[in-house]
Design a protein around this ligand. Sequence first.
Ligand code: ZN
Length: 251
Amino acid sequence: MTAAPVCLVVSDIHGNIDALEAVLADATADGWTGVICLGDLVGYGAAPREVITRLRALAPEWSIRGNHDRVCAGLTSASLFSPVARAAIEWTRDQLTSDELALLATLSPGPLPFSTETLLCHGAPQDEDFYVLDPADARLAFAVQRARLCLHGHTHAQTVFRLNGPALLDETPARRTRCRIPLTPDSRWLVNPGSVGQPRDGDPRAAYAILDAGTMTIELRRVPYDISRAQARIRQAGLPDMLARRLEDGT
Ligand code: ZN
């Protein structure tokens, strides 16, 4: 499979259709032809079926499973989840058809090569459940990452780590709406586009990225969406209220 030159990169949508629609509207004019999804389509949010239907229509050629997708599909148990996450995933499982659960079960565990220069995973190349939160975590990931770029999700924070020779640099941009980063060949790069549906980096706006695999540049983006609508869905579904509250704080 040949990698599309320009791709929409989404991760951690978590059943938030309002955030996903805002991302798609924001990215309409960008000429992307491929979609990369780094996992956690479901869990927490109250519109899992809508998210799966919308993503299916986009036909992502590169799709990784997240830990919530895996547990929802019944591949592993929810015993390590917090009570809130477990309640949400049990509710989600009850909403989905067997066909939708089967789709979650067939997502790749990663790491998945997108091209010779780019690797895709949910948590980190060495472990799909590993959280890359800081430079020390990134160093562990770089110990196994050979590709120039690894795109990952899982932490719900937009982050950019760079290994330049022995130097490990945190190049996460300050809070901005758009930030273009050239992924120069002198370094290896570990980039998290952030979470579409439940950001936890203090910025409640939906996060995503556009990757130009031809020029090897990535643009990290934020877009506002109708948070009150997503909150109303969560409350109407009877899911734990903190899942609604945290959306407006971005935590
Ligand atoms: Zn997640």
